[in-house]
Ligand binder design. Structure first.
Ligand SMILES: [Zn+2]
Ligand SMILES: [Zn+2]
Length: 742
């Protein structure tokens, strides 16, 4: 990662410091450097190049070739040249750096209080790039010519803003303004001060950020938060917060050193951590809060001007729509939600939402990979031709492979929403155009589900070659792809809510053995259950529960106290008995829904995975004392003893949180037994965990305790364990298949 991170200016300064002559250029395969001079300064140059590159740069390979000197007198930065396909990497967007922050708050500085301050070490990248290579004319800053002041810095190799593409100052660059109804308040400082006054008064403000609009309000003002929920049609899904600094974060959540490091990391993700404070309406019935630190100069200015120290900062959209990033669209779509619009003039080239992460049992877990991470290359795959993997229908991302480099897109969302589906189509067009891939050459990879929207879109693309990949194998392969490990044979646990299986049933509790190169064979799975009503059951935990509990003998009356199951359960049970509109599933997600239903979650969910998250937080609030049986019987994990124990303990009056705790431990023990059995039978030493169920941190912590022994346990570290990681796994499996065909 050497473009847009101040790499060429760094090379130039380094060469000059060592009195070397030559040049540096953004070539089509990365950065090319030519230096000539004496041996010891040349050695020093190479050493420092490796040892102290700019903070956001990453060198994955460095090749050195001796040539005859031609007698150059000075060191220069050459214009980028284009020969072939651009395979260079575009950097993710960066948070404002400390040096720029000092200038931002330094009254005599030309950029004092200027919300678009940036330098080669910081600022937007991916969200402003229109075309590669990364030069100002290829960014959304092309309409603001630099004045003499900025141009002098831009052209001075000794300056921090040397070739900083979005460089600007109040005299020559874009500005913010505030729009309330018909009234417009111009001027950066005036519009920011007025915004702060509105936020303090409990208003909801749409503010333009890096990759889209946020909706902001005072997180400690419950009526404002509830008003935002109502206007956004967002019933219960937690809101993310932006806090003024780490002190405020520590006041609101239990911030482990790992979580704090993640919070302050260069990607500045939203970090989930156990809540210490109750903020009305922010995260109903959820034991965690999602926090991020300010990352743009605008955010810092808002807090410095007196904005409430904890702001709800949620994506500018209604319910499950995609985030608004164009001004006209935002003004229209958010008109009924925001009281005012803080509009920045610099256009956003593409939507990039905030990323979400957690400090998990095995290190950081990325739950939504977007701003700050995308579109960084995540792995090198053994495939020469370009490939496009279109991912899954939920939490969609796409992966483009060019010259073997796998670029995973930003989070796109759930494709059943039309605006997200459009975003999916646009992202494919955008990536293919940016890397100038020819459709004729492209291998397109899609999910095996015949009714997936992503798969039907793949069929409609003008490429010749299309390959299906089974959903749960893609999950396991995503973990191995991150490690570029194609040969290691593993036991792979792939657990999630739903995915299309080889036999046409709905899978979700699968254990495979194999490698990416040889493929994965399914050897163990959850005992099949009925799924009355098909995918609709995912929205109603009691409906899913009917399919599982219909197989459990000796249950108490679930219509009575303390269960109070509604009519929907008994209707679904009837469907199951008569085999009407009933499918077969091995979904672990639905098993968690069943556990949640037995412990009191009998209403419909309002966002994906809600019942499982509820059950996890219930379980986290109790100490570990015992476990429920979840035995391996042949090639099936049998849920019947587990659910029987849960129902009977609840009937007996055992506190629900203690039952939830033992439920998690039981699942962990069953999985552990299954994985260890496969390892022993097949001489394997590595266990892979992937799929949306592994977003559950309580389950991960239990597994970490239980899976000690002569095993390595590999989890996702770069892409999400949920369906956001599917596209990478698809690309890897298709690449290896292609590789072995050659
Ligand atoms: Zn900076
Ligand atoms: Zn200027």
């Amino acid at each position: 990662m050497v473009q847009g991170v101040g790499f060429r200016p760094f090379v130039c300064r380094l060469a000059r410091a060592n009195a070397l002559a030559g040049w540096v250029v953004n070539g089509e395969h990365g950065v090319e450097i030519y230096v000539e001079g004496d041996e010891s300064p040349l050695d020093a140059f190479v050493r420092d190049l490796k040892a102290q590159p700019p903070p956001a740069a990453r060198i994955t390979a460095l090749g050195i070739e001796p040539v005859e000197p031609v007698g150059l007198k000075e060191f220069t930065i050459r214009e980028s040249r284009r020969l072939d396909q651009p395979s260079v990497r575009i950097s993710a967007d960066l948070p404002v750096c400390d040096t720029c922050l000092r200038e931002l708050f330094d009254a005599p500085d030309r950029r004092h209080n200027y919300p678009y301050i940036n330098c080669t070490n910081c600022g937007p990248r991916y969200s402003i790039v229109l075309s590669l290579p990364y030069d100002r004319s290829g960014t959304t800053m092309k309409d603001w010519p630099m004045d003499d002041y900025c141009a002098a810095q831009y052209e001075d190799p000794a300056d921090r803003r040397f070739h900083a593409q979005p460089v600007a100052c109040p005299a020559c660059g874009p500005h913010y303004y505030l729009r309330t109804g018909e009234e417009v308040i111009g001027g950066d400082e005036a519009s920011i001060r007025h915004t702060v006054a509105l936020l303090r008064a409990g208003a909801i403000v749409a503010a333009k950020g890096i990759g889209g609009y946020h909706l902001a309000c005072d997180a400690r003002n419950a009526p404002a938060v509830w008003a935002l929920r109502e206007r956004k049609y967002r019933k219960e899904k937690p809101f993310a917060l932006m806090v003024k600094n780490c002190e405020v974060a520590r006041e609101l959540v239990e911030l482990s050193p790992e979580a704090e490091a993640l919070l302050a990391s260069v990607a500045r993700p939203i970090v989930l951590a156990p809540a210490k404070a109750e903020l009305g309406g922010v995260a109903p019935e959820n034991g965690e809060l999602g926090l991020m630190l300010p990352y743009t100069p605008l955010h810092h200015l808002l807090f410095a001007c007196g904005a409430p120290d904890a702001l709800v900062m949620t994506s500018g959209n209604r319910s499950s729509e995609s985030i608004a990033y164009e001004d006209a669209d935002a003004l229209e779509r958010l008109a009924g939600i925001a009281d005012a619009f803080l509009v920045g003039e610099r256009p956003i080239a593409r939507r990039v939402e905030d990323s979400v992460a957690r400090a998990g049992a095995w290190g950081p877990v990325i739950l939504r990979r977007s701003r700050g991470y995308a579109p960084g290359a995540v792995a090198r795959l053994p495939i020469q031709r370009p490939a496009l993997a279109v991912g899954a229908d939920l939490k969609n991302t796409v992966t483009l492979v060019v010259d073997g480099q796998a670029f995973v897109s930003q989070h796109i969302g759930d494709l059943d929403d039309y605006s997200s589906f459009r975003a999916f189509q646009e992202t494919i067009e955008d990536l293919v155009a940016m890397y100038e891939v020819r459709w004729d050459d492209l291998l397109v990879v899609h999910d095996a589900h015949p009714e997936y929207l992503s798969a039907s879109q793949a069929h409609a693309l003008p490429a010749q070659n299309k390959v299906p990949v089974q959903h749960h194998r893609a999950h396991v392969a995503s973990v191995l792809a991150e490690r570029e490990d194609w040969e290691t044979r593993v036991a792979g646990l792939s657990l999630d809510g739903t995915g299309y299986g080889d036999d046409g049933t709905i899978w979700g509790g699968e254990i495979f053995i194999g490698s990416v190169a040889e493929g994965f064979e399914r050897l163990i799975h959850l005992r099949p259950a009925a799924l009355p009503g098909g995918d609709a059951a995912a929205g109603h935990p009691v409906q899913a529960a009917a399919g599982f509990l219909g197989q459990v003998d000796g249950l108490p009356d679930l219509g009575g106290a303390p269960f109070g199951f509604p009519k929907r359960y008994f209707d679904a049970l009837e469907l199951t008995k008569r085999g009407l509109r009933t499918f077969t599933t091995t979904s672990m997600g639905r098993l968690f829904d069943t556990g949640a239903a037995l412990l009191g979650f009998t209403r419909p969910i309002t966002f994906e995975g809600q019942a499982a998250v509820w059950l996890e937080h219930l379980g986290r609030s109790a100490p570990l004392t015992d476990t429920y049986p979840f035995p391996l019987a042949g090639d099936e994990l049998d849920f019947r003893p587990l659910l029987h124990a849960v129902a009977c303990d609840r009937q007996r009056g055992r506190p629900a949180r203690e039952i939830a705790r033992a439920f998690h431990r039981g699942i962990a023990q069953g999985l552990c037994e299954a994985a260890q059995t496969l390892c022993a039978q097949h001489g394997l030493h590595t266990i892979v965990l992937s799929g949306g169920v592994f977003q559950n941190d309580l389950l991960l912590r239990d597994l970490k305790e239980l899976l000690s022994g002569p095993f390595a346990v590999w989890t996702n570290r770069v892409v999400p364990p949920n369906d956001g990681g599917i596209s990478l796994g698809q690309a890897a499996l298709a690449a290896l298949q292609e590789h072995s065909n050659q």
